[in-house]
Design a protein around this ligand. Structure first.
Ligand SMILES: Nc1ncnc2c1ncn2[C@@H]1O[C@H](COP(=O)(O)OP(=O)(O)OP(=O)(O)O)[C@@H](O)[C@H]1O
Length: 367
């Protein structure tokens, strides 16, 4: 269990955040300048709070009321930043062993070979960091942090500097680290796909304040709590299961209570749970069930809420079993369809918009 309840004023910025989470990955999510890194710095001990406490499984890292302030070195934290920060004069093996050196002898429960195998870096051990790609450097940085046998791993936008292909290679590795080594992780990001794929709990921070603490699916599926107004960042998370009918043309059908969602790629055996992120701008609305159309994914629901902002409108569609979907459309389209609260609609989206960047099949299974 990680418990954070801290206040800190830096110049004109004031941070006042509180959250708790008992399992797995806690994502700190928010716009640039919202206070994610300051919060992470307080957890790590790089910054002191003016007031408050940070506890991990009951042990206080800092508690201003009790006068406790553990130095960074005694917190036993593994840090991974956007820039891997490997030692350039050391080989990959030496960088990894450097991490191990920090683990007290009796706490060395994480095995070198297991880490190398999990992260797929066995063939890189003799290379210097200069001869690694950005993704490989980041894998080594994660390995080095893990080998210090930390009580807590802190990731500060570890994938932000990587292109989508590298990101897709590393996300499953972070999932393996999460599931195989079972070290709690606090993960700072402003990418919805990373939160949905990796996190059990998301803390949405805006202007130094916590706006939401809870499951990613709840965080991103309601208009009322959607982070920010930027329609390009609005998205919904749908919980589904791999359907029983076989994949077709490389597309896998996922059964959602509102209908079938077809996604590009293979996502586990029938019945396996899957989460899908759907961008609001990828959703099309229709009053009738469409026929003779290239889009295969069609979900039936009804309009729960409409929010207008200039020429654009965000529509929250209520789907069966308490799930919902956001659609960003123009005001003209809303008027043409005479949409209002309660209108029955069909929501369509292209399978091409949903591939393995948008789907996480093993997160729920692993819980
Ligand atoms: N040492 C500092 N001195 C002055 N202001 C600071 C300092 N560190 C952070 N801030 C301010 O605190 C606020 C929060 O910064 P923080 O780095 O936590 O944001 P963030 O959410 O991590 O943003 P990003 O996603 O861009 O990294 C910002 O307004 C920033 O300018």
């Amino acid at each position: 269990m990680i418990e954070v309840d801290v206040k800190r004023v830096i110049g004109s910025f004031s941070l006042d955040v509180a959250f708790k989470n008992a399992t797995g990955v806690t994502a700190l999510f928010g716009h640039s300048g919202s206070g994610k890194s300051v919060t992470l710095g307080i957890i790590a001990g790089l910054t002191q709070p003016d007031w408050g406490h940070v506890r991990l499984n009951g042990e206080a890292f800092v508690d201003t009321d009790a006068g406790v302030r553990l130095p960074v070195s005694r917190r036993r934290i593994g840090l991974v930043f956007q820039d891997a920060n490997l030692f350039p004069h050391m080989s990959v093996r030496q960088n990894l062993l450097y991490g191990r050196w920090f683990a007290p002898r009796d706490a060395r429960r994480i095995d070198f070979d297991a880490v190398v195998e999990t992260l797929g870096i066995g063939n890189l051990l003799s290379r210097p960091p200069a001869r690694l790609s950005g993704g490989e450097r980041q894998r080594v940085a994660i390995g080095r942090a893990l080998l210090s046998c930390p009580k807590l791993l802190l990731f500060d936008e570890p994938l932000a500097a990587l292109d989508m292909q590298r990101k897709l290679e590393i996300m499953p590795l972070i999932e393996r680290v999460r599931d195989e080594f079972r070290v709690p992780i606090v993960y700072v990001t402003h990418a919805v796909d990373e939160v949905v794929r990796l996190a059990h709990c998301v803390v949405i921070i805006e202007g130094g304040r916590v706006k939401f603490v809870g499951e990613p699916a709840t965080a991103f599926s309601r208009l009322a709590s959607a982070p920010g107004e930027d329609r390009f960042k609005l998205s919904s998370v749908l919980e589904a299961r791999v359907a029983t009918q076989p994949p077709s043309h490389g597309l896998t059908p996922l059964a959602h209570p509102g209908g079938l969602i077809w996604v590009a790629g293979q996502f586990g055996a029938p019945g396996a749970p899957a989460r899908v992120v759907v961008n609001a701008t990828d959703v099309i609305l229709s009053l009738a069930r469409p026929a003779e159309i290239s889009t295969r994914s069609v979900l039936a629901g009804k309009v729960a809420r409409i929010r207008q902002s200039g020429a654009l409108v965000t529509v929250e569609i209520e789907l069966p079993e308490n799930s919902s979907l956001l659609a960003a459309i123009t005001r003209g389209a809303m008027e043409d369809l005479s949409l209002q609260t309660g209108t029955h609609v069909y929501a369509l989206f292209k399978s091409a918009a949903l591939d393995d960047t948008a789907v996480s099949s093993d997160l729920i299974a692993a819980r």
